[in-house]
Design a protein around this ligand. Structure first.
Ligand SMILES: *Cc1c(COP(=O)(O)O)cnc(C)c1O
Length: 236
Protein backbone atom coordinates (compact mmCIF):
# COMPACT_ATOMS: atom_id res chain seq x y z
CA UNK A 1 0.00 0.00 0.00
CA UNK A 2 2.75 2.44 1.02
CA UNK A 3 4.77 1.49 -2.03
CA UNK A 4 1.77 2.27 -4.20
CA UNK A 5 1.38 5.76 -2.71
CA UNK A 6 5.10 6.41 -3.11
CA UNK A 7 5.05 5.33 -6.74
CA UNK A 8 2.05 7.50 -7.37
CA UNK A 9 3.66 10.70 -6.13
CA UNK A 10 6.83 10.02 -8.13
CA UNK A 11 4.85 9.27 -11.26
CA UNK A 12 2.73 12.37 -10.86
CA UNK A 13 5.78 14.57 -10.41
CA UNK A 14 7.26 13.13 -13.60
CA UNK A 15 3.96 13.56 -15.43
CA UNK A 16 3.56 17.21 -14.37
CA UNK A 17 7.17 17.99 -15.31
CA UNK A 18 6.62 16.36 -18.73
CA UNK A 19 3.43 18.36 -19.30
CA UNK A 20 5.25 21.56 -18.35
CA UNK A 21 7.92 20.77 -20.94
CA UNK A 22 5.35 20.08 -23.68
CA UNK A 23 3.47 23.26 -22.86
CA UNK A 24 6.74 25.24 -23.07
CA UNK A 25 7.36 23.67 -26.46
CA UNK A 26 3.83 24.34 -27.75
CA UNK A 27 4.17 27.96 -26.68
CA UNK A 28 7.56 28.24 -28.39
CA UNK A 29 9.20 29.02 -25.08
CA UNK A 30 12.68 27.81 -24.11
CA UNK A 31 12.92 24.60 -22.07
CA UNK A 32 13.30 25.50 -18.40
CA UNK A 33 11.56 28.86 -18.67
CA UNK A 34 8.81 27.60 -16.37
CA UNK A 35 9.49 26.45 -12.82
CA UNK A 36 7.24 24.10 -10.87
CA UNK A 37 6.31 25.19 -7.35
CA UNK A 38 4.78 22.23 -5.50
CA UNK A 39 1.93 23.52 -3.35
CA UNK A 40 2.36 21.44 -0.20
CA UNK A 41 -0.23 22.81 2.25
CA UNK A 42 -1.62 19.94 4.41
CA UNK A 43 0.86 17.49 2.85
CA UNK A 44 3.00 15.55 5.33
CA UNK A 45 6.79 15.86 5.37
CA UNK A 46 7.12 12.20 4.34
CA UNK A 47 5.01 12.70 1.25
CA UNK A 48 6.85 15.89 0.44
CA UNK A 49 10.13 13.95 0.65
CA UNK A 50 8.80 11.47 -1.90
CA UNK A 51 8.09 14.40 -4.16
CA UNK A 52 11.56 15.87 -3.66
CA UNK A 53 13.18 12.49 -4.43
CA UNK A 54 11.13 12.44 -7.64
CA UNK A 55 12.40 15.83 -8.78
CA UNK A 56 10.58 18.65 -6.97
CA UNK A 57 12.94 21.51 -6.18
CA UNK A 58 10.61 24.30 -5.03
CA UNK A 59 8.10 23.80 -2.23
CA UNK A 60 5.33 26.33 -1.67
CA UNK A 61 3.53 26.73 1.65
CA UNK A 62 0.50 28.80 2.64
CA UNK A 63 0.56 29.14 6.39
CA UNK A 64 3.49 30.30 8.53
CA UNK A 65 2.68 27.93 11.38
CA UNK A 66 2.65 24.92 9.09
CA UNK A 67 5.65 26.05 7.06
CA UNK A 68 8.20 26.64 9.83
CA UNK A 69 8.53 23.02 11.06
CA UNK A 70 8.54 21.78 7.46
CA UNK A 71 11.35 24.13 6.51
CA UNK A 72 13.30 22.82 9.50
CA UNK A 73 12.62 19.19 8.48
CA UNK A 74 14.18 19.85 5.07
CA UNK A 75 17.22 21.74 6.32
CA UNK A 76 19.57 19.18 4.74
CA UNK A 77 17.70 18.92 1.43
CA UNK A 78 18.46 20.98 -1.67
CA UNK A 79 15.01 22.63 -1.84
CA UNK A 80 13.88 26.22 -2.09
CA UNK A 81 10.79 27.56 -0.37
CA UNK A 82 8.15 29.91 -1.69
CA UNK A 83 5.37 31.47 0.35
CA UNK A 84 1.99 31.33 -1.42
CA UNK A 85 -0.68 32.15 1.13
CA UNK A 86 -2.09 35.27 2.64
CA UNK A 87 0.58 36.63 4.99
CA UNK A 88 -0.40 38.47 8.15
CA UNK A 89 1.77 41.43 9.03
CA UNK A 90 2.46 40.19 12.54
CA UNK A 91 3.94 36.97 11.10
CA UNK A 92 6.30 38.62 8.64
CA UNK A 93 9.24 38.60 11.03
CA UNK A 94 9.28 34.80 11.27
CA UNK A 95 9.41 34.23 7.51
CA UNK A 96 12.22 36.64 6.61
CA UNK A 97 15.25 34.77 5.30
CA UNK A 98 13.41 31.47 4.76
CA UNK A 99 11.59 32.01 1.50
CA UNK A 100 13.21 32.64 -1.86
CA UNK A 101 9.98 34.31 -2.97
CA UNK A 102 6.80 35.61 -1.35
CA UNK A 103 4.08 35.31 -4.03
CA UNK A 104 1.29 37.00 -2.19
CA UNK A 105 1.96 40.67 -1.43
CA UNK A 106 -1.59 42.02 -1.43
CA UNK A 107 -1.22 45.43 0.23
CA UNK A 108 1.26 48.29 0.47
CA UNK A 109 1.20 47.85 4.27
CA UNK A 110 2.35 44.24 3.95
CA UNK A 111 5.13 45.25 1.56
CA UNK A 112 6.22 47.93 4.01
CA UNK A 113 6.37 45.44 6.88
CA UNK A 114 8.37 42.95 4.79
CA UNK A 115 10.74 45.78 3.88
CA UNK A 116 11.14 46.80 7.52
CA UNK A 117 11.76 43.28 8.81
CA UNK A 118 14.08 42.37 5.94
CA UNK A 119 16.04 45.54 6.65
CA UNK A 120 16.38 44.65 10.34
CA UNK A 121 17.61 41.18 9.37
CA UNK A 122 20.02 42.54 6.75
CA UNK A 123 18.15 40.61 4.05
CA UNK A 124 16.67 41.38 0.68
CA UNK A 125 13.30 39.71 0.02
CA UNK A 126 12.04 38.92 -3.46
CA UNK A 127 8.28 39.31 -3.80
CA UNK A 128 5.48 39.06 -6.31
CA UNK A 129 2.49 41.36 -6.26
CA UNK A 130 -0.85 39.58 -6.06
CA UNK A 131 -3.49 40.83 -8.47
CA UNK A 132 -7.21 40.12 -8.10
CA UNK A 133 -7.49 39.74 -11.84
CA UNK A 134 -11.23 38.98 -11.83
CA UNK A 135 -12.05 41.85 -9.44
CA UNK A 136 -13.73 39.35 -7.13
CA UNK A 137 -15.05 40.98 -3.95
CA UNK A 138 -13.94 38.13 -1.67
CA UNK A 139 -10.45 37.70 -3.07
CA UNK A 140 -7.16 39.20 -1.91
CA UNK A 141 -4.92 41.20 -4.21
CA UNK A 142 -4.69 44.56 -5.90
CA UNK A 143 -7.29 45.40 -8.47
CA UNK A 144 -5.82 45.64 -11.97
CA UNK A 145 -6.70 49.34 -12.02
CA UNK A 146 -4.68 50.07 -8.85
CA UNK A 147 -1.66 47.83 -9.19
CA UNK A 148 0.64 50.07 -11.23
CA UNK A 149 0.34 52.94 -8.76
CA UNK A 150 0.85 50.52 -5.86
CA UNK A 151 3.98 49.06 -7.50
CA UNK A 152 5.35 52.60 -7.92
CA UNK A 153 4.85 53.18 -4.20
CA UNK A 154 6.31 49.83 -3.15
CA UNK A 155 9.33 50.29 -5.43
CA UNK A 156 10.60 52.78 -2.86
CA UNK A 157 11.09 50.00 -0.30
CA UNK A 158 14.77 49.14 -0.61
CA UNK A 159 14.80 45.75 1.15
CA UNK A 160 12.24 44.12 -1.12
CA UNK A 161 12.66 43.30 -4.79
CA UNK A 162 9.50 43.25 -6.88
CA UNK A 163 9.98 40.48 -9.44
CA UNK A 164 6.56 40.16 -11.05
CA UNK A 165 2.88 39.41 -10.57
CA UNK A 166 0.81 36.54 -9.19
CA UNK A 167 -2.87 35.73 -9.51
CA UNK A 168 -5.52 33.23 -8.56
CA UNK A 169 -8.16 33.69 -11.27
CA UNK A 170 -11.90 33.12 -10.81
CA UNK A 171 -12.89 29.45 -10.74
CA UNK A 172 -14.22 28.25 -14.05
CA UNK A 173 -15.56 24.95 -15.37
CA UNK A 174 -13.06 24.61 -18.14
CA UNK A 175 -9.36 25.46 -18.21
CA UNK A 176 -9.84 27.39 -21.44
CA UNK A 177 -12.31 29.85 -19.91
CA UNK A 178 -9.55 30.95 -17.56
CA UNK A 179 -7.22 31.83 -20.44
CA UNK A 180 -8.40 35.47 -20.75
CA UNK A 181 -7.48 36.09 -17.10
CA UNK A 182 -3.97 34.73 -17.58
CA UNK A 183 -3.60 36.81 -20.73
CA UNK A 184 -4.76 39.88 -18.84
CA UNK A 185 -2.19 39.34 -16.07
CA UNK A 186 0.55 38.98 -18.69
CA UNK A 187 -0.54 42.22 -20.38
CA UNK A 188 -0.63 43.99 -17.03
CA UNK A 189 2.93 42.86 -16.29
CA UNK A 190 4.03 44.16 -19.70
CA UNK A 191 2.36 47.51 -19.06
CA UNK A 192 4.09 47.84 -15.69
CA UNK A 193 7.43 46.80 -17.22
CA UNK A 194 6.97 49.53 -19.84
CA UNK A 195 6.79 52.13 -17.04
CA UNK A 196 10.43 51.30 -16.20
CA UNK A 197 9.95 51.88 -12.50
CA UNK A 198 13.42 51.87 -10.90
CA UNK A 199 14.34 48.53 -9.23
CA UNK A 200 11.10 46.84 -10.35
CA UNK A 201 11.37 43.72 -12.51
CA UNK A 202 8.45 42.05 -14.21
CA UNK A 203 10.10 38.79 -15.28
CA UNK A 204 8.07 36.40 -13.14
CA UNK A 205 4.41 35.53 -13.67
CA UNK A 206 3.01 33.16 -11.04
CA UNK A 207 -0.20 31.69 -12.44
CA UNK A 208 -1.70 28.28 -13.08
CA UNK A 209 -2.67 25.51 -10.66
CA UNK A 210 -3.48 21.80 -11.08
CA UNK A 211 -6.44 22.34 -13.42
CA UNK A 212 -4.99 24.98 -15.68
CA UNK A 213 -1.18 25.17 -15.49
CA UNK A 214 -0.73 24.17 -19.12
CA UNK A 215 -2.98 27.03 -20.27
CA UNK A 216 -1.10 29.38 -17.93
CA UNK A 217 2.21 28.36 -19.51
CA UNK A 218 0.83 29.02 -22.97
CA UNK A 219 -0.07 32.51 -21.70
CA UNK A 220 3.35 33.25 -20.24
CA UNK A 221 3.53 31.79 -16.71
CA UNK A 222 7.06 31.39 -15.36
CA UNK A 223 5.99 29.84 -12.05
CA UNK A 224 3.13 27.34 -11.81
CA UNK A 225 1.79 26.32 -8.41
CA UNK A 226 0.60 22.71 -8.43
CA UNK A 227 -0.72 20.75 -5.45
CA UNK A 228 -3.56 18.31 -6.14
CA UNK A 229 -2.10 16.98 -9.40
CA UNK A 230 0.95 15.82 -7.43
CA UNK A 231 -0.27 14.93 -3.95
CA UNK A 232 -3.92 14.11 -4.58
CA UNK A 233 -7.05 15.68 -3.13
CA UNK A 234 -6.64 17.55 0.14
CA UNK A 235 -8.92 16.28 2.88
CA UNK A 236 -8.31 19.08 5.37
C1 LIG B 1 -3.33 25.34 -2.86
C2 LIG B 1 -2.80 26.37 -3.76
C3 LIG B 1 -2.36 26.06 -5.04
C4 LIG B 1 -2.44 24.66 -5.64
O1 LIG B 1 -3.75 24.33 -5.94
P1 LIG B 1 -4.10 22.92 -6.63
O2 LIG B 1 -5.41 23.14 -7.28
O3 LIG B 1 -4.14 21.90 -5.54
O4 LIG B 1 -3.02 22.64 -7.60
C5 LIG B 1 -1.84 27.08 -5.81
N1 LIG B 1 -1.76 28.35 -5.37
C6 LIG B 1 -2.17 28.69 -4.14
C7 LIG B 1 -2.05 30.10 -3.70
C8 LIG B 1 -2.71 27.72 -3.31
O5 LIG B 1 -3.14 28.08 -2.09
Amino acid sequence: MEALVEGTIAQRVQSVLAKIRSAEERAGRPAGSVRLVAATKTVTVDRMKEGVSAGLTILGENRVQEALPKVAAFSEAPVRWHFLGQLQRRKVRSVIGLFEMIHSVDSVELAQEIDRRAGEAGCHQSVLIEVNIGNEPTKAGFSPADVTQAVTTMAEFSHIGIRGLMTIPPQTDHPDSVRPYFRKLHELAQQIAACRIPSVKMDELSMGMSNDYEVAIEEGATLVRVGTAIFGTRHV
